[in-house]
Write a protein of this length. Structure first.
Lengths: 238, 667, 247
């Protein structure tokens, strides 16, 4: 029983959701540190630094392993979430005429599926804009050699130009902002919820976990969201 | 008659049970597999009996009208459970518990049964702890005790204010283990509507599936009735809405004697009735009387003004208040026993001093306690010249720590803040000491039919002590019946499965069906509750806290007339072949309408006052109960012969070998 | 008070139900919600109609029988009370009150507002007990000291009355709060620790079989629970189950 329990049971679904979700939180932090480099004043050095970082992230074997774990986590998190939603819908085939969940729970906690779908859509678009370009040859003709002598693709210019585009730059920035809002709400429930699912609940530490969760849900997406707007409005045009 | 013998074993009191266990017949484990037992009711007694019998190897079927065994009304018991563990080292012993119970019951219970109850009380606690019942504990990890109901030792084990629920969950978990093993089959949402006798022995029941309305035949080698008390004959009581006498009454009509029906406990501290809509009364723990002072206004005009809402109780000065318990019983004051406190409240309200809209309520006032505790707290905290407001605030904190949850419950129901204005309380029917007559083996006068828990009459005499009901239910179910039933079942090892396609089952089923159809087809004009409420009023006014011959005779004829009208004019909508709550109620009220009469008849015949039974003709000059040991030291066991009026009285004389019979006084 | 009631009526388990509107008048604010329902039923009986079926028994908030979804919330708008303890003073003259049965696949409707909650019983039968026989000579109750904190936590878990409000309130119709309370009640005590692994695995397996939804930690159950059972129990069950599964 014990073995199948960890694959099939309702609790197993929760564990996987929590494991992958919390792992993705870590990923977010890593990703954010990379992105913050985009806030540097426009210069050859900033460009080199960012592009070398991008190369490192796509070629370093350790990072590669991590990135595969991340992809798998995202896919697993999404599929598990979908299965959960289907399962949960089935648990109440006939709904209420009058149902007032707002009296007893937060909107974000009840709409993780919708928020997750928005986030997933964002991830697909986001990856096709940058990651796929980098990976599948879209940037092959931008190859150049940095001051450190590394041969890199110029993801930096693509990124900055995307958000500085006269026609669509602001729209992209807004779209990214909205996606970050969704991530923020998703995290505002998901972070603490992940701990609860893994059984970490103690009156002494619950307040800390919850507050950290809220702080994380506000600060991380906010920092992400600031970058495109900064590039659009503040950063020197290239 | 051979069946009407107490069968109490001979020998010294303390050895009776041990010797009896050694003497009675046992059933070999292999044979137990071939023996079926039906248990009706799944409260503390029924649940614990079912679990234990199944564990021993019998095939058990349980029946309850609720949707789960866990909902039986034992669950509502608040206070605690007594056991002679002497964990506090305050001199408690089996003998002392036995003695307190006999004396508390006003010397109207069977000595040998009560001694056995006290003897197994300690085992109950061991068993419950082993099952995981979360009793209150001290910081050292050992069990906590409190004192209860005017006894001199602390022997009450408790789980906050819900000991009943925790003990029932314990019994229910023991049942679950046996259900999982396939040894108990549960029939929830089923109601037993008759017992089936084959060759004079109880061999099964007719039950109605309350969801489909289908009548079912269930056979067994023995039938155990654990269906609780009959307090709902008063309509308003602290019993659950569904609590009923039907199972007990059906076996009574088939030959089981009914003992001491007039012994009913009326609990003094309940939330008063607020109007005609009231369906049920809520108990407030007796512990409130430790600190609350009970009073009514001295002047009738004040009482009238309060009833009309023109005056507030807090406006009356000390001189304008009548602390009637302190006045009448200077020694015990507000802490007189339940029966005395209840009667005194009724006396004041009947005289026109009641304080709520209906005129049936007295005050339970915590203001002096608040000030007293406040002063103590101020002294402890070394406050100089504290203001009255400060003292009050400190006092409220102390009272809140002690009774906070009760005060909160009161405020939810009554919508008044008991810290600011006195609580209103009034007595309410709470427990029935009377019930099906059983012998020492808990067997009724129908061989093979047993009665346990509140359903039987055996252990509490004329008055029950606090925290003893839970003890008796579990003693019967865990430790007494499982032994004694074996004695009877040892005759059945070769009987084989009892068939249900026999004329006896056929006849019983037809009889049940005929009654159901009659109820449906009467198609009268008045609802079942209409009759139940009238019956309740008759019982309360004439067979309640104080009774007299005239009233009792009136009650008997009024109940007879009401019963006749019921069968002519009751309206039960719907059919018998579906879930039909009105039909269920109708059947139960039909039985209450018969029991009520026997109840009054028993009260009329018992020309003495004892325990919960107070006859106005039999009181001292000061208005205290006057027992007549010479003529009434017996159990009145009634035999049914066609109607309650014709019931035949059988007397089981009570012999007290080990204790001296005394008068109770609280002056 | 005069009120408009919209009540789910359904003849039996197979029938299709619908909302029906009723008027009740002269409702006293002192009445409990179920007494108001009694008034409605007396009115229906007098008119020759079938009264509304609903579960109720002790009417003092402990048996867990009553289970009405009132204006979108289990046991109505008040907190920490069961339906029988909800009083009409929580409503205003002229209010419309919507009354539905608790909804969940695992709680099929039997009639009107009565649902079948035997799924709860089956979860407990799967392992909600300590395997000890009634022998009369188990060890003395005080031979196993239990620290007060564990005893109290076990007690708080055990205060669950099995009414099903947690399932009714949960958007996923999940029974995690109930199951975890029943698991915790035993696993917190030394007596119950011995078979804790087997118990949690069996009870969760049964819970899943019954068709309850999964927990997404919205916390609605804890808020609506008339006995205030804590989410801590769910976390404890998550922990215990994880431990038991990897062993």
């Amino acid at each position: 029983m014990a073995k199948s329990a960890l694959l099939k049971s309702s609790l197993a679904k929760k564990y996987w959701m929590a494991f992958t979700g919390l792992f993705l939180c870590l990923f977010l932090v890593g990703h954010l540190f990379g992105n913050l480099q985009l806030l540097l004043p426009v210069s050859e050095m900033a460009k080199d630094q960012f592009n070398e970082y991008a190369l490192f992230m796509t070629t370093n074997p350790a990072v590669k392993v991590l990135s595969y774990v991340t992809y798998i986590s995202i896919i697993f998190h999404a599929i598990d979430g979908l299965l959960l939603t289907i399962h949960n819908r089935k648990a109440r085939p006939q709904g209420y005429v009058n149902f007032k969940p707002s009296t007893n729970s937060k909107w974000s906690s009840r709409n993780m599926g919708i928020l997750g779908t928005v986030i997933l859509a964002f991830i697909v678009i986001h990856m096709s804009m940058f990651w796929a370009e980098m990976k599948f040859g879209g940037l092959d003709d931008t190859l150049y050699t940095t001051a450190n002598g590394e041969e890199v693709k110029d993801l930096y210019t693509l990124t900055i130009k995307t958000f500085q585009d006269a026609q669509y730059g602001l729209l992209w920035a807004i779209a990214y902002g909205v996606a970050m809002l969704a991530i923020g709400f998703h995290l505002s429930h998901g972070f603490a919820s992940g701990f609860q699912s893994l059984g970490v609940n103690h009156p002494k530490y619950n307040g800390f976990i919850r507050k950290t969760g809220y702080a994380f849900a506000v600060l991380v997406p906010l920092a992400f969201a600031v970058i495109p707007f900064y590039i659009h409005f503040v950063l020197e045009k290239i | 008659m051979g069946i009407f013998e107490s069968n109490a074993p001979k020998g010294p009191l303390a050895e009776k049970w041990v010797n009896h266990k050694n003497d009675i017949n046992l059933v070999n484990p292999a044979n137990k597999r071939n023996i079926d037992v039906i248990v009706v009711g799944t409260g503390l007694a029924g649940g614990s009996a079912a679990a234990t019998l199944a564990e021993l190897g019998y095939n058990v079927k349980t029946f309850c009208y609720q949707d789960s065994p866990r909902r039986a009304h034992s669950i509502a018991a608040q206070g605690g459970i007594n056991a002679a563990k002497n964990y506090q080292g305050d001199g408690d012993s089996v003998y002392r518990l036995f003695y307190d119970t006999i004396k508390g019951g006003d010397y109207r219970s069977r000595e040998s049964n009560v001694y056995r109850l006290a003897e197994v009380s300690g085992n109950i606690i061991d068993q419950c702890v082993a099952q995981g019942v979360p009793f209150a504990r001290e910081y050292g990890g050992l069990l906590d005790n409190r004192s209860f109901g005017g006894v001199l030792v602390s022997r009450t084990f408790y789980a906050k204010g819900q000991t009943g629920q925790q003990l029932l969950l314990g019994a229910y978990s023991a049942m679950n283990r046996q259900i999982n093993r396939g040894k108990i089959q549960t029939f929830n949402r089923h109601e037993m509507l008759d017992v089936v006798k084959v060759n004079g022995k109880a061999r099964g029941i007719i039950a109605r599936d309350l969801v489909t309305g289908k009548l079912e035949r269930h056979s067994a080698h023995a039938v155990v009735i654990a269906s609780g008390g009959y307090g709902n004959v008063f309509f308003l009581s602290t019993n659950a809405m569904g609590s009923n006498v039907t199972a007990s009454w059906k076996i009574h009509k088939k030959g089981a004697y009914f003992a001491n029906p007039c012994f009913t406990q009326i609990h003094p501290t309940c939330i008063p009735v607020s109007g005609d809509h009231q369906s049920k009364l809520t108990l407030m723990s007796e512990s409130l009387r430790n600190d609350g002072r009970i009073w009514v206004p001295k002047k009738k005009e004040d009482a009238e003004a309060i009833r009309a809402g023109k005056k507030k109780p807090t406006e009356l000065s000390e001189e304008e208040r009548d602390y009637y318990l302190e006045r009448r019983y200077p020694a015990f004051g507000n802490l007189v026993p339940r029966d005395v406190a209840s009667r005194a409240a009724k006396e004041r309200c009947d005289a026109g001093f009641g304080v709520n809209k209906t005129g049936e309520a007295v005050y339970l006032d915590f203001s002096s306690a608040i000030m007293r505790y406040g002063k103590e707290a101020a002294t402890t905290r070394k406050l100089d010249n504290p203001s009255d407001a400060d003292i009050k605030k400190l006092g409220k904190e102390v009272v809140e720590a002690k009774y906070g949850n009760l005060f909160q419950m009161y405020e939810k129901i009554v919508d008044q803040n008991p810290y600011e204005t006195p609580m209103m309380i009034y007595p309410a029917v709470h427990y029935t000491m009377g019930g099906v007559w059983v012998d020492y083996n808990l067997q009724t006068t129908i061989p093979g039919c047993f009665a346990i828990g509140e359903a039987n009459f055996s252990d509490h005499g004329a008055n029950r002590l606090g925290a003893s009901a839970l003890m008796q239910g579990l003693a019967d179910g865990y430790f007494v019946l499982p032994y004694t039933i074996g004695h009877a079942l040892s005759e059945d090892i070769r009987t084989g499965k009892i068939p249900t396609d026999t004329p006896e089952f056929e006849a019983a089923e037809n009889e049940v069906r005929a009654q159901l159809e009659k109820l449906i087809n009467t198609k009268g004009t008045k609802s079942v509750d209409h009759f139940h409420k009238i019956l309740g009023k008759i019982m309360w006014n004439k067979v309640g806290m104080a009774r007299n011959a005239t009233g009792l005779k009136e009650a008997i004829s009024e109940i007879q007339a009401l019963r006749e009208e019921f069968w002519k004019d009751v309206r039960v909508p719907g059919t018998a072949n579906e879930m039909n709550a009105e039909l269920e109620k109708a059947g139960r009220v039909a039985d209450f309408l018969e029991l009520g009469e026997l109840f009054a008849k028993d009260a009329l015949h018992r020309e003495e006052s004892c325990g919960g039974h107070f006859r106005e003709e039999h009181q001292t000059e000061e208005g205290e109960a006057l027992r007549d040991d010479e003529n009434f030291m017996y159990v009145a066991a009634w035999e049914y012969t066609g109607k309650p009026a014709d019931a035949i009285l059988h007397k089981e004389e009570l012999d007290y070998e080990d204790i001296e019979v005394k008068t109770r006084s609280y002056k | 008070m005069n009120l408009t009631l919209k009540i789910w009526r359904q003849k039996n388990a197979e029938a299709k139900g619908k909302m029906t509107t009723y008027q009740v008048s002269d409702i006293s604010t002192d009445m409990s919600f179920l007494e108001m329902m009694d008034v409605l039923n007396e009115q229906l009986i007098a008119k020759g109609e079938e009264p509304v079926a609903f579960d109720h028994d002790c009417r003092e908030g402990i048996c867990g029988s009553c289970n009405l979804q009132i204006n979108g919330e289990p046991h109505g708008p008040d907190r920490g009370v069961t339906t029988c303890q909800l009083h009409m003073r929580k409503f205003k003259d002229g209010d419309t009150i919507v009354i539905e049965p608790f909804r969940a696949k695992a709680f099929p409707v039997i009639k009107d507002l009565v649902v079948d909650r035997t799924s709860f019983d089956r979860i407990q039968q799967a392992g909600g007990y300590i395997s000890v026989n009634t022998s009369g000579n188990t060890q003395d109750a005080n031979s196993i000291p239990v620290d007060k904190e564990s005893a109290d936590m076990s007690f708080y878990a055990a205060t669950c009355i099995g009414c099903g409000a947690c399932v009714a309130a949960c958007k996923n119709a999940s029974a995690m709060l109930f199951t975890s309370a029943k698991v915790s009640q035993f696993s917190l005590l030394p007596q119950g620790e011995v078979e804790a692994d087997r118990r949690v695995l069996a009870m969760v397996e049964q819970m899943d079989k019954e068709g309850f939804g999964n927990c997404t930690n919205t916390g609605a159950c804890e808020i609506e629970c008339p006995k205030g059972i804590s989410l801590e129990n769910i976390a404890r069950m998550n922990r215990d189950y994880l431990k038991a599964s990897v062993k």
